[in-house]
Design a protein around this ligand. Structure first.
Ligand code: GDG
Length: 472
């Protein structure tokens, strides 16, 4: 078996204390590397003074990690700048929040060159290379320029918007076509893949017979759909254990028999947290019979706190929670518990299982693993109800959830009322369908399918692979 070299912006080197950072990409890659021998390469998370940035190899539990530091400039221009202030909002359709500067773009290209230079010393000719996410779009090009002819695949964890939105990205013609240096470019949904195919057709004038295989100069790039999954059986087991833990029992005791609705999201404007709280407020306004009988627990670890929009959003969300609690709360009942503290995976799993419903209402999301985790954590005999945004990639597979438009707070309020009073038979039927969908596309299938498609040169075999991916 060739070695697998996984490359992502951040590398989750185990800390040994059982804690992990919140983030879907790290959850998915960590699960993949449990099953494939290789190296995980990326940023160490450290910012070093210029000239002091180091690259270090770390071996831990038969896994190898190679991590490299960023300089202050890199951190501001590449990470906080181009990646998170330009690509993140634009790829989530939020042109209004994008703040472009040429300097940030050159920092972004410089860090990609730095990654390629470090990888140059590590790569062997038969290594399979799997690059993850929007931070590293030009990496294959930088590696090809250094002579690496390896199979290199790219997976975009977040959405790919249609050309009308993508072309608002200044210098898109310099950046997006660089994806053609990969052998395989994977997306979460058919919609994302079709948007990219349209970009290649309309903007790059590339020709394709099937909208899946494009030839650019002397290279062929293939496009595929690989919806990311979770370790569903393991997560279910974790939830069964954790729901009996002193921590979850303590939370349940504090609720004194009230129903719990849960939301778990990194603090991010794409997750629609403030609008979700407003929908909960509408539900309270319309359903006096639930006053004092339901608590909405929103767990939101902070992320990207150095970016202005995130600071403003933090204030908006805590202000909204405070206002609703002030208007509706009683001395003995707080309608919304808003918590920024990160929790262990096991605590989250137990809380999901103990909740009557989950509110997963992103305004736009590549996939959304929380939706799948909630499903995997339920008791099949008496499951809770998933309320899911139609704009999450997960809605394609999880269409047995209560699908909502997150911008329509009245509709979300109605879904909350429906979830809380849904008969057990209906909950079981919906859960059965959801649980099958989550189990059928476990994380190991995601990685295997992507890596098989990357390795397989024959187009006919590849097309069969895509159609299998669609039915499962
Ligand atoms: C990106 C895409 C795509 C959350 N709080 C805590 C915690 N989490 C974990 C959740 C879940 C993960 O973080 C979040 O994953 P999501 O998929 O919901 O969202 P993003 O971080 O935005 O991920 C997304 C994903 O990549 C994978 O492709 O689905 O669309 O945006 O696993 O449980 N984990 C811990 N403590 C917390 O407090 N340990």
């Amino acid at each position: 078996m060739p070695r697998l070299i996984v490359i992502s912006n951040r590398v989750a080197v185990p800390t040994g204390d059982g804690n992990s950072r919140a983030g879907g990409l790290e959850v998915a890659v960590r699960a993949t590397l449990k099953r494939h021998a290789g190296i995980w390469f990326g940023w160490s998370g450290k910012v070093a003074a210029s000239g002091k940035a180091r690259t270090q190899a770390i071996d831990h539990d038969s896994h190898s990690y190679v991590v490299t530091d960023l300089t202050q400039e890199d951190y501001h221009e590449y990470y906080n700048g181009f990646a998170n202030r330009v690509l993140w909002p634009i790829l989530h359709y939020r042109l209004d929040l994008a703040e472009f500067s040429r300097r940030d773009l050159s920092g972004y290209l410089r860090v990609n060159e730095h990654f390629a230079a470090q990888l140059h010393d590590i790569l062997r000719p038969d290594d399979m290379v799997w690059v993850h996410d929007y931070h590293l779009i030009p990496l294959a090009k930088a590696l090809r320029e250094r002579g690496h002819a390896n199979r290199i695949g790219f997976f975009l964890h977040i959405p790919m918007p249609p050309p009308d939105v993508l072309t608002a990205l200044p210098n898109h013609e310099r950046l997006i076509p660089a994806l053609c240096h990969y052998d395989l470019v994977g997306f979460q949904t058919d919609n994302d893949a079709a948007n990219f195919a349209r970009y290649l057709t309309q903007e790059c004038r590339l020709v394709s017979r099937d909208q899946r295989t494009f030839t650019a100069a002397d290279r062929t790039v293939r496009i595929g759909v690989f919806p990311v999954g979770i370790e569903s059986a393991e997560f279910g087991r974790l939830a069964r254990r954790a729901v009996r833990s002193p921590f979850v029992n303590g939370v349940l005791d504090s609720l004194a028999g009230r129903a719990m609705i849960i939301g778990v999201d990194r603090l991010d404007y794409t997750k629609g947290i403030a609008l979700r709280m407003e929908a909960f407020e509408r539900f309270l306004a319309a359903h006096v019979e639930w006053h004092g009988k339901v608590t909405f627990l929103q767990i939101t670890p902070k992320s990207r706190s150095e970016i202005q929009e995130y600071v403003a959003m933090e204030q908006e969300i805590s202000g909204t929670a405070g206002k609703i609690n002030g208007n509706y709360g009683e001395a003995s009942w707080t309608p919304i518990r808003y918590v920024n503290k990160p929790h262990s995976r096991s605590a989250l799993a137990g809380l999901y299982r103990a909740s009557r419903a989950a509110l997963v209402t992103p305004l736009r999301d590549g996939m959304n693993l929380v939706a799948k985790e909630y499903v995997a954590a339920q008791d099949a005999e008496d499951p809770g109800t998933l309320i899911l945004s139609r704009f999450a990639g997960a809605a394609v597979e999880l269409d047995a959830a209560l699908l909502v438009n997150p911008y329509d707070s009245e509709a979300v309020a109605t879904a909350i009322a429906r979830a809380l009073s849904m008969p057990r038979e209906e909950r079981r039927a919906r859960h059965e369908a959801l649980s099958q969908a989550v189990a059928a596309n476990d994380i190991k299938f995601w990685a295997d399918r992507f890596l098989t498609a990357l390795e397989r040169p024959s187009k006919a075999a590849w097309l069969r692979e895509v159609s299998t991916a669609r039915v499962s």
